[in-house]
Design a protein around this ligand. Structure first.
Ligand code: 5GP
Length: 187
């Protein structure tokens, strides 16, 4: 059976670092490249980090039913998982790994309840989360404020997932994430 591993967390909790690490460690895993209308950051590559779409293109694809799930994560910024991306990776025989916010994660979990592992990455405290978001310096102050508000709300969802992974000391987190994946891939 084709499997899915969904990593979700408030922005800044460290899920992207964890997902990148797991992709390096396990050949069976492949990253689900999401579509987004947000601006590309300088280090990002179209087609690898995201499919960067215009708002018009994104909306047309929503209307055509091309998305498995999508959310307006921040005002005016859409993110979504294209059905074609899932098909592409399953055709390659991969276990798909997602880096996605909590509502999208819940939708994917509900679509594939018996073939997915959904992991909530938890920061040690809300204060640490805000410090990490600030330290990243990829956002304007307004965008940062949006992220902080949303992150506070997202922290309340931890009990809706299969596992909670505390991200305090990164080395420990990565070992614990490996354990979760190995157990899941073996089943
Ligand atoms: P960022 O702009 O920092 O790359 O991502 C913002 C948020 O959107 C993160 O929580 C990220 O995990 C989430 N996200 C990325 N791709 C998707 C997607 O396809 N669907 C949903 N629902 N959220 C996504």
């Amino acid at each position: 059976m084709s499997k899915l591993v969904i990593f979700t967390a408030p922005s800044g909790a460290g899920k992207t670092t964890i997902v990148r690490h797991l992709l390096d460690q396990y050949d069976q895993l492949a990253f689900s490249v999401s579509a987004t209308t947000r601006q590309r950051r300088p280090h990002e590559t179209d087609g690898a980090d995201y499919y960067f779409l215009t708002r018009e293109d994104f909306e047309a694809r929503v209307a055509a039913g091309e998305f498995l799930e999508w959310e307006e994560v921040y005002e005016g910024q859409y993110y979504g998982t294209l059905r074609s991306e899932i098909d592409r990776l399953w055709e390659l025989g991969k276990c798909i790994i997602f880096d996605i916010e909590v509502k999208g994660a819940t939708n994917i979990k509900n679509t594939y309840p018996d073939q997915s592992l959904a992991v909530f990455v938890k920061p040690p405290s809300p204060t640490v989360l805000i410090e990490r978001l600030r330290a990243r310096q990829t956002e304007t102050e307004a965008s940062l404020q949006k992220r902080i508000r949303r992150a506070s709300e997202e922290l309340t969802y931890e009990n809706s997932f299969d596992a909670v992974l505390l991200n305090d000391v990164l080395e420990d987190t990565l070992r614990n994430a490996e354990q979760l994946i190995e157990t899941y891939l073996q089943d």
